[in-house]
Write a protein that binds this ligand. Structure first.
Ligand SMILES: Cc1cc2nc3c(=O)[nH]c(=O)nc-3n(C[C@H](O)[C@H](O)[C@H](O)COP(=O)(O)O)c2cc1C
Length: 192
């Protein structure tokens, strides 16, 4: 069904309720048009995939938890954002736990020869690191998760590399990147 506003799904990979990632998401959602939904991966009721292999033969996932609503939102949304601190050069473990539930989409394509998500989406990766500067691995992992959700247009990574020294929201270069990212996400597909 046609809608004239965007829906954006945001995965928050930080355990810190008012940390850099939470503050970045708060700022970004003020810049985004349309509606949005945030999944706080450290506080939601979403279990990791147990590799039970049910989805090799059935669509969806047999684990009955909050992820069921997220699967519905993934179908209909226009944008998906992965926002995470860097832990040992990777996305955080809870974000990867939630991400593991996207295996159902891999199973649909690979084992059942089905297309589980028709609608193409735009995506973004936002990373906060204390200071070692290595964001590539986390960005690649985030892109893999986005690809599973049929994100076909991912913006370059938006990173705050030095949160040990200053907050992400005090980093002017980072804020400029965030504003540009909001512009990219606010454009409807026909306007690209
Ligand atoms: C377990 C752990 C591992 C971390 N590993 C890295 C790292 O590899 N590279 C880096 O730049 N920062 C690393 N950090 C620092 C965090 O990425 C940084 O403090 C970040 O801003 C936290 O985000 P938040 O404030 O949104 O929670 C690590 C922090 C923790 C707790």
């Amino acid at each position: 069904m046609y809608r004239d506003y965007n829906k954006t799904l945001i995965f928050n990979g930080s355990p810190r309720k008012n940390g850099n990632t939470a503050q970045i998401i708060n700022k970004l959602t003020k810049l985004l048009k349309g509606e949005y939904k945030v999944i706080d991966t450290y506080y939601c009721n979403i279990s990791p995939c147990m590799d039970c292999r049910w989805c090799r033969e059935n669509s969806g996932c047999c684990i009955d938890d909050e992820m069921q609503d997220i699967y519905n939102y993934i179908q209909e949304c226009d944008n998906i954002i992965i926002a995470s601190p860097i832990y040992f050069s990777e996305l955080t473990s809870k974000l990867l736990d939630v991400g593991s539930r996207l295996q159902t989409y891999f199973s649909a394509r690979y084992f059942r020869n089905e297309n589980p998500i028709i609608k193409q989406k735009k995506g973004a990766v936002i990373l906060a690191g204390g200071g070692d500067g290595n964001m590539d691995k986390a960005y690649d992992t985030a892109c893999t998760l986005l690809k599973h959700m049929n994100v076909t247009d991912v913006s370059p990574a938006v990173c705050s590399h030095t949160t040990n020294i200053k907050l992400a929201l005090e980093d002017e270069i980072f804020i400029n990147q965030l504003v540009k990212l909001a512009d990219f996400l606010n454009k409807r597909y026909g306007q690209l």
